[in-house]
Design a protein around this ligand. Structure first.
Ligand code: SAH
Length: 331
């Protein structure tokens, strides 16, 4: 599949044929199993100022919290009880809070006390940090590259270099060499983003040979500079477009683990998650962050697990899966 074919698939009048093709490939590589990953949002403290994110340092209106290690381990124990198999530990970027030693200790504890696989998602970190965490037993690392368009990347990430290697792609390559399963991806519908750059993003997933794909719609946050930016985007913020990207990712990387993301469910609380799974996704990430903290992990507004915690009810999820002939499997 080349760039021209990708662009055609992204802009064809109807996506159904693409979704059907992706379902066939998923069935072949993944059967009817869906992996559940327990998402734990460790803290909303962040040193960075990414223009799109509600947790950006300069957003003085954001309430900040940080979980304690014993609370985090308790969330991982819950993931085990629910038969998930994996926890995803995600946080705003604050190396002073999430020091090399602390995270290494946490990974060891989660693995020893709960037996869960550990996926880290702690943003841009030094090679020595990710090496130490791998040594401590971390299995996977999620780091979206957000966009391969260098100008756009530099515009929305203050302090990022305009040329030379893309910092997030560089880190993903380093972590692959360190033995992690890596997850990359992008946001869809950023102001100024082009369709062509999304095709490049999809091809980049294949070039990196990512094990996991993290992609979802960009949802404007009113208390951020990008949320107020009226620059149009060629890329629609829609369930249909997001699903086309899941389907294309499935065709480009038949074996990848592809979550139907929370942002997609937020865009369409009724149908979003199922449409994601019906277009080739095979992972769901229920939010296991303790209720008291959830509302403060506001990367974008109206996150579905905050406005409707029952949306994460496992019974409802299982019923949804059954309508597609899918079922939860551990892994
Ligand atoms: N600090 C970590 C975790 C950030 S939150 C990191 O940078 O990797 C995880 C993802 O949420 C980001 O990678 C980004 O793609 C997504 N995100 C942030 N703000 C968003 C917004 N306004 N709309 C949609 N997705 C957003």
């Amino acid at each position: 599949m080349d760039k021209r074919e990708i662009l055609e698939a992204l802009t064809a009048p109807d996506g159904e044929a693409l979704f059907a093709k992706a379902r066939v490939v998923r069935e072949k590589t993944k059967g009817n199993g869906v992996f559940f990953r327990g998402l734990v949002e460790l803290s909303s403290v962040c040193d960075r100022d990414c223009l799109y994110c509600g947790m950006r340092h300069s957003n003085v209106g954001a309430h900040r919290y940080a979980m304690r290690d014993d609370e985090i381990v308790a969330c991982a124990a819950l993931a085990r009880e629910l038969g998930f198999g994996t926890v995803v530990l995600q946080a705003g970027e604050c190396p002073a809070l999430w020091t090399r030693e602390r995270v290494a200790g946490l990974v060891r504890r989660v693995k020893a006390e709960t037996g869960q696989h550990v996926t880290l998602s702690l943003g841009e970190r030094a090679e020595a940090d990710t090496a130490a965490w791998r040594e401590a037993g971390a299995d996977r690392y999620l780091l979206r590259f957000e966009t391969t368009d260098r100008d756009l990347f530099a515009r929305i990430h203050p302090g990022a270099p305009r040329d030379g290697e893309h910092p997030r792609l560089a880190q993903l390559r380093r972590m692959k060499a360190q033995g992690y399963e890596i997850g990359g991806g992008m946001m869809l519908g950023l102001p100024g983003q082009t369709l062509e750059s999304v095709a490049d993003d999809l091809l980049m997933l294949r070039e990196l040979a990512v094990d996991m794909v993290g992609l979802g719609p960009y949802l404007a946050h009113p208390d951020t500079p990008l949320g107020r930016d009226q620059t149009p985007s060629e890329v629609p913020v829609s369930v249909d477009f997001t699903c086309r990207c899941y389907a294309l990712a499935r065709l480009l990387l038949p074996r990848a683990n592809i979550p139907s993301t929370t942002a997609l469910s937020t865009l369409d609380p009724e149908q979003g998650r199922l449409r994601g799974l019906a277009s080739g996704a095979n992972v769901f990430m229920p939010n296991l962050t303790p209720a008291a903290y959830r509302a403060d992990y506001q990367i974008y507004p109206d996150k579905i697990c905050v406005v409707a915690p029952q949306a994460d009810s496992l019974d409802a999820l299982h019923a949804d899966l059954a309508t597609l002939g899918l079922r939860q499997v551990e892994g």
